[in-house]
Design a protein around this ligand. Structure first.
Ligand code: ATP
Ligand code: MG
Length: 317
């Protein structure tokens, strides 16, 4: 794999909260990862663990509280003006719900052309460019004069993907990209994303609740819990040899993954604690079936169990 395209170092995002904005929601609390060219890196974890916040920081949509983000060797957080415009061309997003991201008063042809227009990249009337993009996402030209409400959910999602790839991006943040679609359409959408990756060498930061989809799409992944990574590694390593009790619990909840049903489902006690006041020591201790005294006091660091497979648990060694 060639040089790392995205490098994130000790990223934190704390949101001020409460009436006097004196408390902080530690949405993301020190995560590091890299994404190579043409690679798919996935983030998984329960609702509220900070996945989208990582994505929004990488997209330069919100400013991190601390940490560094490098894109193609450039410090992305310092970008302004032309540098930022260039970044916005090279790093794109696919939304969970294309419907909400499309202007309902614009026709498909204008929607597909919009990103090119914003970046002054339309050639002539842009007909040829629109044609190519429609073909790329397997949509027929007869849809060009329609409005979003005249399309199916799958077609709208394809328009969203066409808009994301219009500028020839190198990285796409895909935040639950197919979650709003039914299973067969979801599968088509994921296939299209893989096809575009093969053709153009796009890197994906792929955010999903669905472990089955992550196994299909990603080559490396991180499991997040309350703003931190608890396990990081190659998808095969994490799925075949999960080490962190949280990862094991997540995997055991997916019947087709839990070693063909041989592993018993691990049901985690209680709710995910609030990121306003995460537990001391290991953040997972309040729900961990294996927690011991040290877990209540000492926060475990990520530790490399085998090449590139890291786990933050006192008992991983
Ligand atoms: N703008 C904001 N202001 C205050 N708190 C926020 C903001 N955005 C996110 N949060 C909080 O940060 C935490 C992480 O949210 P985030 O959306 O990143 O989670 P997520 O893992 O993407 O969840 P989901 O799977 O439900 O999409 C949550 O507690 C959320 O309420
Ligand atoms: Mg989210």
């Amino acid at each position: 794999m060639a040089g790392k395209l995205i490098k994130v170092e000790n990223l934190k995002k704390h949101f001020a909260s409460g009436m006097f904005r004196k408390n902080y929601i530690k949405a993301v609390d020190g995560v590091s990862f890299e994404i190579g060219r043409g690679e798919t890196f996935a983030l998984v974890g329960e609702s509220g663990c900070g996945k989208s916040t990582v994505g929004r920081c990488v997209l330069h949509l919100i400013e991190p509280s601390s940490g560094e983000i490098y894109f193609d060797g450039i410090n992305a957080l310092n970008l302004r003006g032309e540098g930022l415009r260039n970044f916005r061309r090279r790093v794109q997003i696919i939304f969970q719900d294309a419907d909400g991201s499309l202007n309902h008063r614009m026709k498909v042809s204008d929607l597909v052309l919009e990103p090119l227009k914003v970046h002054h990249l339309i050639r002539g009337r842009g007909e040829e460019q629109v044609g190519k993009l429609m073909e790329m996402v397997n949509l027929t030209p007869d849809l060009l004069n329609r409005y979003p409400h005249e399309l199916s959910g799958g077609q709208r999602q394809r328009i969203g993907i066409a808009r994301a790839v219009a500028l020839g991006p190198e990285v796409i943040v895909a935040d639950e990209p197919a979650a709003s679609l039914d299973l067969s359409v979801q599968a088509q959408m994921l296939e299209l994303m893989q096809e575009l990756q093969d053709r153009f060498g796009i890197s994906y930061l792929f955010i999903s609740h669905y472990l089955n989809i992550v196994r299909l799409m990603a080559s490396r992944m991180a499991v997040m819990y309350l703003g931190k990574f608890v396990e990081v590694g190659g998808v095969k390593d994490v799925f075949d040899y999960p080490v962190h009790p949280y990862t094991r619990a997540l995997l055991s909840a997916v019947p087709s993954i839990s070693m063909a049903g041989r592993q018993k489902r691990i049901v985690l006690a209680g709710e995910i604690p609030s990121p306003l006041n995460p537990p001391a020591g290991c953040r997972f201790h309040s729900r961990c079936p294996e927690a011991r005294e040290i877990c209540l006091e000492v926060e475990p660091e990520l530790y490399e169990v085998t090449g590139g497979h890291l786990v933050a648990c006192h008992f991983a060694r």
